[in-house]
Design a binder for this molecule. Structure first.
Ligand code: ARG
Length: 573
């Protein structure tokens, strides 16, 4: 159960019984150990409304709440209520949590949720910037599915538009020269570079490229065949990266922009029918009062260009329609760079005004940019975007070096397997542990450190717990006995474990994965303090049994939390 919620519900009900109907009890985890485990902070606000004495109201509230069987309470200051869970309650609840495959996390009322994430443009290879949407979005997907929602992954890949002109022209040129395209396309990045170089330097080629855009749009067969070949190749590059990064997207989740081509004209017609279109210099625009520029003039969204072409937002409008009608989504989350905030707010506003979107909750989950150590946007020395595939290779290489340093005797195969898990875990965790809305600095040394709030630290903590069982030759799956929590560090660890469900709920309130990473980091720290202070294998039998159960549960919650982040664990490092 969600412990915070449980206490909040009880306290809020008691507050109503005490005369403050509708006032929230505002129960939070206590800020300091001397305030107990939870605090109810809503009494002062409620008393103000009722014009009564807050300490008196707090007294009545505490009586009505009847928390006796779970906690002791204390009224502090002007009317705060400090709540300290009793040992017997903690032991009882921990027993239940340990027995539960869901670690106390309740199923939510299932909603159908479209999660739009990763969504790279296929005219380029995935670069480091894609790590954010991909890692954060995939965590949301995993958590929402674990909560019991019906999640539809939507990889809205860009596979259409003018960028494809030079690529197609270059493909045509190579095949005319008798080159095998499959071989040339193996190094996609080089392929793009050569094509765009030609576009810049060769007039005839550039003209050809523009011609290809027109032919593509007109559905010319030869052109479409080249295009499909290119898209296939590019998508398999993405798939390879997803697989290596342990991202749960598959080919079936990619619904590319071109899939909406046939719906675009209809979208513009229906906007026209609703009198939402204003023509401006041949382009079809939607003006909405909520979007005004600095000068107070309305900022238009162009839904069809003067040459008849459809811009990015037109496809997105069609995707909204598809998601609400075809997919019957109750909600949709767009994990997209904060720089697209205007685009997405225009998208949702136009969709609402046009009736494509009703009371469904569609929202932009924004995130900041990845910066280098100097605080500048990440680029290679030559000024190009850093390929995601290269970042992954480097992470794994660096992890292999670290593992070798820490544990030189490990054989090569085992080391390679560990390095894969640690290196990938490190780059994903670095993403997930930051506040998603701010820019963040990509720093190899910090993310691969075995100390601090990192994946290697947590993965290592996990292996340490597992090794307790290995060394003592105890089967963690056949532990007997019950929890008896005698020492303070045991209690602290136990309460943290009981707070796993409320942590998961807090993450999905606003898709802040760092709430979960912080939790896991603190959990590991509390485990280390417990392990230092409380002997496990040398304790007398009943205490040893209880402590072994604490070890086991901690390792399970660590591994489960990491799995929700899409991060794997290993048995030794
Ligand atoms: N392909 C876009 C880009 O790389 C991101 C798409 C995000 N999703 C969407 N429905 N607009 O910028």
């Amino acid at each position: 159960m969600n412990l915070r919620q449980y206490i909040d519900d009880k306290m809020t009900a008691a507050l109503a019984e005490s005369g403050a109907d509708g006032a929230p009890a505002v129960v939070k985890q206590a800020g300091k150990p001397e305030f107990g485990h939870y605090q109810a902070n809503g009494v002062m606000g409620a008393a103000k409304k009722l014009k009564t004495n807050p300490r008196e109201l707090a007294g009545t509230l505490v009586e009505n709440a009847a928390l006796d069987d779970i906690a002791t309470t204390e009224i502090a200051g002007p009317g705060f209520i400090n709540i300290t869970l009793t040992r017997s309650f903690i032991e009882r609840e921990l027993e239940r949590l340990a027995e539960d495959v869901r670690f106390g996390v309740e199923q939510a009322e299932a909603a159908r949720i479209v999660v739009d994430y990763s969504s790279p443009n296929l005219a380029k290879e995935m670069h480091i910037g894609h790590l954010r949407s991909t890692a954060i979005g995939d965590t949301a997907v995993r958590i929402l599915e674990f909560l019991g929602h019906d999640v539809i992954r939507a990889n809205h890949v860009g596979d259409w538009g003018a960028q494809f002109g030079s690529l197609l022209a270059y493909m045509a040129k190579l095949s005319a020269q008798g080159e095998t395209l499959a071989t040339e396309l193996k190094d996609l990045e080089l392929f793009y570079q050569k094509a765009s170089e030609l576009f810049k330097t060769d007039e005839a080629f550039a003209a050809e490229a523009r011609q290809y855009v027109v032919r593509l749009q007109n559905g010319d067969n030869e052109c479409l065949a080249l295009w499909s070949q290119f898209i296939e190749e590019s998508l398999s590059h993405c798939d390879a990266i997803y697989q290596r990064l342990n991202i749960s997207l598959t080919r079936d989740d990619a619904r590319a922009e071109s899939a909406y081509n046939d719906d675009l004209a209809g979208i513009v017609t229906s906007l026209t029918d609703k009198d939402m279109i204003t023509e401006s210099e041949g382009a079809k625009c939607v003006f909405l009062p909520e979007f005004t520029g600095k000068d107070g003039e309305m900022v238009p969204a162009i839904v069809q260009k003067s040459d008849g072409g459809y811009p990015y937002i037109a496809t997105d409008l069609a995707a909204v329609q598809y998601r609400t009608s075809e997919l019957a989504a109750d909600r949709a989350l767009y994990f997209v760079d904060a720089r697209q905030a205007l685009h997405l707010s225009q998208l949702f506003a136009i969709s609402r005004a046009a009736g494509l979107l009703g009371d469904q909750d569609f929202r932009h989950v924004a995130f900041g940019t990845i910066l280098n150590k100097e605080g500048k946007p990440f680029k290679t020395r030559t000024g190009d975007a850093v390929k995601l595939a290269d970042v992954v290779d480097e992470a794994v290489q660096r992890a292999a070096d670290l593992v070798k340093e820490k544990n030189p005797d490990i054989d090569d195969d085992t080391r390679a397997a560990i390095a894969e898990v640690v290196g990938i875990g490190a780059i994903k965790y670095a993403e997930l542990s930051k506040n998603r809305t701010t820019d963040y600095i990509f720093d190899w040394d910090t993310m691969l450190s075995f100390e601090g709030n990192t994946a290697p630290y947590l993965q290592y903590a996990y292996t340490r717990i597992r090794s307790i069982f290995r060394r003592a030759d105890i089967d963690a799956d056949s532990l007997e006995g019950t929890f008896t929590l005698e020492e303070q560090p045991e209690m602290v660890l136990a309460i943290k474990l009981l707070q796993y469900p409320e942590t998961i709920s807090a993450v999905v309130e606003d898709y802040q994965a760092n709430i979960l990473t912080n939790y896991l980091f603190e959990l590991a720290g509390m485990f280390m303090s417990f392990y230092e202070a409380c002997p496990v294998l040398k304790a007398e039998p009943a205490v040893m049994a209880s402590r072994l159960k604490l070890c086991k549960l901690t390792s399970e919650v660590l591994a489960h939390g990491l799995s929700l982040l899409g991060i794997k664990t290993v048995e030794q490092m």
